[in-house]
Ligand binder design. Structure first.
Ligand code: SAM
Length: 291
């Protein structure tokens, strides 16, 4: 490998050479620990067959590490100021393509057709924390273009993704992630591994996208609508949240009846319900709506 980018000395030298200042608004906390980078690449299980999609290359430290193992790396970077820097730091690699684009404005399905013959990517990233959830949700929904995601996120967000019923971390994100993927927290990463240091600890988590969702539901949109209602007002009972926000055009008694027909107590709260229970309930509503 050519000289590694992710050392404190080289990172400072690049900053000085280009007069670069970190932008908080873009979530720029760059990795300066090569062991962490190697561990991310190990956790992602990258082979020479893989095309990797990276979000936010920064100075190219993770891009470089991944490019050493992958067939190709496509990397999306929003910050125009980083493009000339990346052209220099990654000049030795002919299997990297940097695209100056906002990931949230990028159609991943289209990208896989244009850049990877329609085949799915492995996603690897030290994510910009201000948009972790929208990026992950978008990729989960576009699961045909992604096989796995190995991403650095705030530790607390990684824990929310893995949380189960009755824990305070359990919420709509937990349900969505566990619906589409199997998860594993690969490592906890301390703030000292970044420049500048984030205020909180981070974690690398791998989401392996399932061939089929973990729960078989008749209508995914309806399932997630019920989940959203249930966690939108966490302290309220499921019956009350569905009456207030469900838009089912049903009386309270009728909604209570559906909840009971799913084998649930109508005083239950969303935070106590498993994915399977959300699935059964959503199918009961589906049957009534489509009667
Ligand atoms: N990969 C580098 C590293 O580990 O040192 C940088 C990671 S830094 C946490 C996040 C990166 O994402 C920055 O380079 C930032 O400019 C970029 N970024 C922020 N918002 C983005 C967006 N909407 N689309 C693409 N890249 C974005």
């Amino acid at each position: 490998m050519t000289e590694r980018i992710a050392t404190p000395i080289r990172t400072r030298a690049i900053m000085e050479r280009y007069g670069f200042n970190f932008k908080k608004g873009f979530g720029q906390n760059f990795l300066i620990d090569t062991n962490v980078l190697d561990n991310i690449a190990d956790a992602a299980g990258i082979t020479s067959e893989d095309t990797v999609l990276e979000i936010g290359p920064g100075f190219g430290s993770l891009t470089q590490t991944v490019a050493e193992r992958a067939k190709k790396v496509i990397s999306l970077e929003i910050d125009t100021k980083l493009i000339p820097i990346l052209n220099e730091t990654l000049a030795d690699y002919n299997n990297i393509e940097i695209i100056n684009k906002d990931v949230l404005k990028c159609d991943i399905d289209e990208l896989s057709r244009e850049k990877n013959d329609g085949k799915p990517f492995k996603v690897v990233a030290n994510l910009p924390y201000y948009i972790t959830t929208p990026i992950i949700m978008d990729m989960l929904e576009k699961h045909s273009a992604v096989t796995s995601m190995t991403v650095m996120v705030q530790k607390e967000v990684a824990e929310r993704m893995q949380a189960g019923p009755k824990s305070s971390d359990y919420g709509a994100l937990s349900v969505a992630v566990q619906f589409y993927a199997d998860t594993n927290i690969d490592m906890i990463v301390q703030p000292s591994c970044f420049m500048p240091r984030p205020k909180v600890a981070s974690a690398v988590i791998t989401l392996k996208l399932r061939d089929k969702p973990s729960v078989d539901v008749k209508d995914k949109k309806l399932f997630f609508h019920i989940v959203k209602c249930a966690f939108g007002q966490r302290r309220k009972t499921l019956l009350n949240t569905l009456c207030n926000q469900g838009n089912f055009n049903m009386t309270k008694e009728e909604i209570g009846e559906v909840i009971r027909s799913a084998g649930l107590d109508e005083r239950i709260r969303g935070e106590a319900m498993s994915l399977q229970e959300f699935g059964i309930l959503s199918d009961k509503f589906y049957n009534i709506i489509n009667k």
